[in-house]
Design a protein around this ligand. Structure first.
Ligand SMILES: [Zn+2]
Ligand SMILES: [Zn+2]
Length: 133
């Protein structure tokens, strides 16, 4: 018996802006990062999105499930059909799901360690340094 809860079993809850889509994720957060690809920019209406992955088997929808839009033949984005919040990204056959840090409420312990698609980043914002060790 241990006195503290391992991070891998800590449940985190998140959801969209209007509260229709809600979820919990359990398990070790993997690779928090930002992405400034054209898909993230177009879907969010912002210069970049921020992501972190969790084991797919630790995901549970507690509100409505998101609507899905395929950005690639085998990769889709989940969003709230009411308010449009971007919630998650899921590849067909994947064992993990990426959720947006914004859907999780930007938890302070999940700090992006890298930025993807720097080549399409806007020139008027600093980029996230690569702090992976
Ligand atoms: Zn919503
Ligand atoms: Zn992206």
């Amino acid at each position: 018996m241990t006195s503290s809860t391992p991070a891998s079993t800590t449940a985190r809850s998140g959801g969209c802006l209007c509260g229709k889509v809600q979820f919990t994720v359990t398990g070790e957060p993997d690779y928090p990062h930002t992405c400034s690809c054209r898909d993230c920019q177009g879907l969010s209406g912002a210069p970049m999105m921020s992501w972190v992955s969790f084991p797919l088997d630790g995901l549970a929808w507690s509100g409505a499930e998101p609507s899905w839009h395929y950005t690639w033949p085998d990769s889709k984005r989940g969003f709230c059909p009411s308010c449009g919040s971007q919630i998650c990204a899921l590849d067909d056959g994947a064992t993990s799901i990426a959720v947006t840090l914004s859907a999780l409420g930007n938890p302070p312990d999940l700090v992006p360690v890298n930025q993807s698609f720097r080549e399409t980043a806007v020139p008027w914002l600093p980029q996230v340094p690569d702090t992976r060790s």
